[in-house]
Design a protein around this ligand. Structure first.
Ligand SMILES: Cc1cc2nc3c(=O)[nH]c(=O)nc-3n(C[C@H](O)[C@H](O)[C@H](O)COP(=O)(O)O)c2cc1C
Length: 213
């Protein structure tokens, strides 16, 4: 009889997967740059892109990403220089995807950018699509969940949902770059936020110096 293994499974050549969900808030560049940075750091990246996010990506960037998950993974891989199999994408209602269950989901998920719609759905446990379900799984499993909302001004509804999420252990990291590093390009502003996300994830980077360096 084969000996049962109780050790960790190591099925991938990459560092552990991080889930990245892009939703329909302005700031698609933050999410796309985050994927690039995670790929450069050697992580596997599991990606979900909402329908509204596709529209925002087309509006705000020169990228036009296909909707079908396999083709999306290919396009994102080409964009970010990912190795074969380093990026996996999941569709809106792919309930069989590993992120849909606590037994398969990675230890960290970032929703970047995060629309107020998705933020409220996560805060109330709606789980109406795979992004919302994956975030719900992250909360119930007490895994790392980072939301990067972009909206201004914020209503009491938004603020209450953010407070509830913070109390549940999620990190609310608004897409609000600082200016004390004297940014000169849009890329500098984008990297400011992506660096903050990587800091939260405990991933080394050289996107910008840390305070005091
Ligand atoms: C170009 C564009 C920019 C948008 N910017 C924002 C935004 O900054 N913040 C936000 O919460 N919603 C924004 N929206 C609205 C959301 O996309 C919309 O509420 C959508 O239903 C969100 O769906 P999702 O959470 O499934 O991606 C924007 C929509 C478009 C088309």
């Amino acid at each position: 009889m084969a000996e049962a293994s109780i050790g960790p499974m190591n099925k991938s050549n990459f560092l552990p997967p991080v889930t990245v969900a892009l939703t329909g808030a302005s700031g698609a560049q933050y999410g796309l740059r985050l994927i690039e940075a995670l790929i450069a750091a050697g992580h596997e990246v599991w990606v979900m892109v909402s329908k509204a996010a596709h529209l925002v990506i087309e509006t705000e960037t020169d990228a036009s990403l296909p909707a079908r998950p396999e083709r999306l993974a290919q396009a994102l891989s080409e964009r970010s220089g990912a190795a074969e199999g380093q990026i996996r994408c999941f569709g809106r209602e792919d309930w069989m995807a590993p992120v849909a269950s606590g037994s398969g989901a990675p230890s960290a998920m970032v929703i970047c950018p995060c629309s107020t719609g998705t933020l409220s759905a996560v805060a109330t446990g709606a789980s109406n699509n795979l992004i919302e379900r994956a975030a719900d799984v992250a909360l119930k499993e007490r895994r790392q969940l980072i939301l990067v909302p972009r909206e201004t001004p914020l209503s009491a509804i938004h603020l209450e949902h953010m407070l509830n999420l913070a109390r549940l252990g999620a990190v609310v990291l608004p897409a609000a770059p600082g200016f004390y590093h004297r940014p000169t390009t849009v890329d500098d502003l984008v990297d400011f936020i992506v660096a903050r996300i990587l800091n939260q994830l405990g991933i080394e980077h050289r996107l910008m110096p840390r305070w005091g360096e």
